[in-house]
Write a protein that binds this ligand. Sequence first.
Ligand code: SAM
Length: 255
Amino acid sequence: MTPSMDQAADSSTGKTVSQWSGASREQAVQRMFTAIAARYDLNNSLLSFGLHHRWKALAASHIPVHTHGRALDLGAGTGDLALLLDGRMGPQGRVAAMDLNFAMLRFGVEKIGRRGLASRIACFRGNAERIGFRDDTFDAVTTGFCIRNVGDRPQAFREIHRVLKPGGRFVCLEFSRPGCAWLRRVYDWYSFRLLPAIGTWVAGDHTDVYRYLPESIRAFPDQDQLAALLREAGFARVDYHNLNGGIVAIHVAVK
Ligand SMILES: C[S@@+](CC[C@H](N)C(=O)[O-])C[C@H]1O[C@@H](n2cnc3c(N)ncnc32)[C@H](O)[C@@H]1O
């Protein structure tokens, strides 16, 4: 069996990426996303059969429409969710798009520029575990497929709760656990066999990101566990919506 990115990268420590913490985990995540940034959008569309656009639009639809709202998209990557979020913040609205990785953000900056929205959507480099904004700043915070890669998720959720205004909403779009056994089997076959082969070939990547992807999904808390983490971080109301049988879930949490 080909070693996974986790297994391949851990020869000196005997640890997997999911077990790494702090700087080493951050560096591993950085390497992965730098390696695939140029082909990220293409791979996303191929590997999700175009569904990621629908998932993101549904996630954004959980954010109420504002007239002069302030929103933050964490792990913004190439900017899709930040662009959708902009549509909900109103004519005077502003969006901050934050990501750990410069290579991913660069493509986001270009995409936002092409849509003529650079004056409304500001891109920042930053870590979801240490959000450099004041308490009670945002009406809405979103993350799309980012939180799975964050080392200290409870800390990230506390930070998100801190920067939201009271009554503000956090929407978390992430891979999750399919509800029925047959779908889990088909999905496991697809994600552990087909997806790494296609993803690695398209991205021309040598860091095995597309092997890390299914492993990180499997290691990630399921719908109820994630909802419990959000409640522990202080969110008063937490709800989730399964998409495509639970392959993906949208968690909505209110401060
Ligand atoms: C799978 S991509 C998702 C990009 C985009 N949100 C989307 O849905 O297409 C995950 C992104 O999260 C970023 N990321 C990972 N860990 C992060 C962290 N601790 N803080 C901020 N961004 C992070 C990565 O650099 C990457 O751009």
